[in-house]
Design a protein around this ligand. Structure first.
Ligand code: AMP
Length: 208
């Protein structure tokens, strides 16, 4: 997180032109996830939206990258050095950046994009999307953060966020920062209309 804190490069409003996509290095057991990765890739390519992602050719990452490339979309990978071997790295994307570390990769991605989307994934996906939300919560960035809730994949996580509000660990206005939809055009429309919360309170105490 500390390295990303150094990145405060941002604009007031951000109609989406270049979007970071965080998603699984696996495909999951239900075909619906891969199909939505493909649909988002095709949507981006058709709308001329560039994608920045983890640079992999495997799992959901490979599915969305391949879908975009089939339609001549721009796909930019940022891969840490340790993952840059043939079995993982996508050889055919428009641009590949190699970072020294996982944390440097996140900084590089955050500097490039004007919004973030998570698709179904695991620890890596959650780490990346929650770091983007934390930057927004601290008003270090004001970029929209969305999740495509294919097949209700994130429902349990969204319930947990509500528990965090109820128990006083997450402010309701920060909870609302996370944009959720199971429809791609609706998600992108909402992200384009995103207004960051006006007030960012960095420290809360009990009863405040
Ligand atoms: P996970 O959700 O745990 O499958 O991790 C996927 C996310 O973490 C992606 O958004 C990538 O940025 C990153 N990541 C995890 N594993 C890899 C990998 N083998 N190659 C490239 N990126 C990866």
């Amino acid at each position: 997180m500390s390295e990303m804190l150094a990145n405060s490069n941002q604009s007031e409003s951000c109609p989406l032109k270049k979007v970071a996509v965080f998603c699984g290095a696996s495909l999951g057991f239900n075909e619906a996830y891969r199909l939505d990765a493909i649909a988002l890739g095709e949507f981006f390519a058709e709308k001329g939206i560039s994608m920045v992602y983890g640079g992999g050719k495997i799992g959901m990452m490979g599915a969305i990258a391949d879908a975009m490339l089939r339609l001549n979309g721009e796909v930019i990978g940022v891969i840490p050095h340790l993952l840059r071997h043939e079995e993982v790295a996508h050889a055919d994307i428009s641009e590949m950046h190699v970072s020294k570390t996982m944390s440097e990769r996140k900084v590089t991605i955050s500097k490039m994009v004007d919004g973030y989307i998570a698709l179904a994934g695991g620890f890596g996906t959650l780490d990346e999307i929650f770091e983007a939300l934390t930057l927004g919560q601290l008003a270090i960035e004001n970029k929209p953060v969305g999740i495509l809730n294919t097949n209700g994949f994130f429902d349990a996580l969204l319930n947990q966020l509500d528990v965090m509000v109820k128990e006083g660990f997450l402010r309701a206005e920060n909870r609302k920062m996370l944009i959720v939809s199971n429809s791609i055009p609706d998600l992108i429309d909402k992200m384009n209309a995103y207004q960051a919360p006006k007030v960012s309170k960095l420290v809360d105490t009990v009863g405040s």
